[in-house]
Design a protein around this ligand. Structure first.
Ligand code: HAM
Length: 413
């Protein structure tokens, strides 16, 4: 027996309808917000992610699926969507669409992480990326779009955690201060944080280890070090979120696992998801387009984890029946007419099925029940000779005798 690779899932017919519903919701909401879909390859040149996400990040250091193709090119299965969309924005001159350019994507991402509930090696994200505006109103739009989707998914108790991690002008001072302070307690930090101290000191702030938390608790918040421009941006963003009536929690220690962020960072979490409780996250990344080789371009975006969001959302959704109409034929001489009616029903937009296993009449009814068909069209040999059929409403049990050429009117879905 060959099993699926560790950390991957089969999406089975019994569950896929929930994915379709969420995708439909996402597409509708994106249209309301004037976002346009983009589809990029699932693999890219490795250096895109090294440069984009950052060499010192867990993703690039430990979690990428990197391989050489037959021509010895180093390629990587995308661990996230932002770097790819930035690459596509530059390569296809998308700024010509007129700024701001508002894009969204849906698809699989790949990270070699330790699998656990809510954490997979192949998972799916819906994400948005907006290019061209430095204004906090766009950060707010992204947060609002995400919130609307979580709300329509019926996810309660979503917490929006918000922070600003400054820009190239102000962050280095904070990092220097952080390094100084952390060095004093180096011996008490976890192994990972000792390493982070050199490569990515900000990450020490969101270490989950209690001993590290105890140390970082007393450190000054980054807000105190923000330059006037970053402070103003953050305060304006909060004002707009208030205007949108979105409540958020300021989280001075929220930093993200990807290096590209500037100013705004945020995370959506829910209480009842255990350790992997982030159902989405994002932020502003005003330097990334330039770093990937484009012209300086402001940008902000967000991505939501589809698996985690469906774990807590859509609980009240009802599956639509697979079949509106099941055609039952009694006797061989009705089978041809049954096929004609099948074709007609589908042409009229009814989800229709009939028996293809030569089942008995009783078994055909059983199958119609199993498929939760709303109606059965029953073709009996004698009635058919008189140009008649029976239409049975499977919910009420009501049966109507109708002309063969005019039974469709009896169907009310
Ligand atoms: P991220 O925080 O790495 O951000 O991922 C976003 C979301 O994807 C997470 O909040 C989580 O719901 C889901 N996710 C991440 N890893 C896994 C996994 N191994 N298994 C299941 N779900 C997972 C980004 O990817 C950024 N590109 C977001 C962004 C877009 N920032 C700006 N634009």
């Amino acid at each position: 027996m060959i099993s699926r690779p560790k950390g991957t899932n089969d999406l089975l017919p019994e569950d896929i309808w929930r994915w379709h519903k969420l995708e439909e919701l996402i597409r509708k909401e994106c249209a309301l917000f004037n976002f346009h879909e983009i589809r990029t390859p699932v693999f890219e040149e490795t250096k895109l992610f090294q440069r984009g996400i950052g060499e010192g990040t867990d993703i690039v250091e430990k979690e990428m699926y990197t391989f050489l193709d037959k021509a010895e090119r180093s390629l990587t299965l995308r661990p996230e969507g932002t770097a790819s969309v930035v690459r596509a924005f530059i390569e296809n001159n998308l700024q010509e669409m007129g700024l701001p350019v508002k894009l969204y994507y849906l698809g699989p991402m790949f990270r070699y992480e330790k699998p656990q509930s809510g954490r997979y090696r192949q998972f799916h994200q819906f994400g948005v990326e907006c290019f061209g505006s430095p204004e906090p109103v766009l950060d707010a739009e992204v947060i609002l779009l995400a919130s609307e989707i979580y709300k329509k998914l019926g996810i309660k108790n979503v917490i929006i955690k918000l922070n600003s991690i400054g820009c190239q002008a102000c962050r280095p001072q904070y990092i220097a201060k952080l390094k100084d302070e952390l060095k004093k307690s180096k011996d008490s930090l976890c192994e990972d944080c000792v390493r982070r101290l050199d490569v990515n000191p900000l990450r020490v702030l969101d270490c989950k280890e209690e001993k590290c938390k105890a140390i970082t608790k007393s450190l000054p918040p980054i807000y105190d070090y923000l330059c006037p421009e970053c402070k103003e941006h953050f305060n304006k963003l909060k004002q707009i979120l208030n205007l949108f009536e979105l409540s958020y929690v300021e989280e001075p220690r929220l930093v993200r696992g990807l290096d590209y962020y500037t100013k705004t960072v945020f995370e959506f979490t829910v209480e009842n998801l255990g350790a992997q409780n982030a159902i989405g996250a994002g932020g502003r990344y005003d330097k990334l387009v330039e770093e990937v080789g484009g012209k300086p371009t402001y940008a902000v975006g967000f991505a939501m984890g589809i698996e985690r969001s469906l774990q807590v959302g859509g609980a009240l959704w009802q599956k639509e029946p697979d079949v509106d109409l099941y055609i039952i034929s009694i006797g061989d001489q009705t089978k041809e007419e049954a096929l004609r009616q099948l074709r007609l029903a589908r042409q009229k937009g009814l989800k229709t099925e009939l028996d293809t296993l030569n089942r008995s009449v009783k078994a055909q009814f059983k199958q119609a029940d199993k498929l939760k068909a709303k109606f059965c069209l029953i073709l009996g040999p004698d009635e058919l000779l008189q140009g008649q059929v029976k239409l049975k409403n499977m919910q009420s049990g009501e049966e109507l005798q109708l002309p063969l050429g005019d039974w469709l009117g009896g169907i009310i879905l």
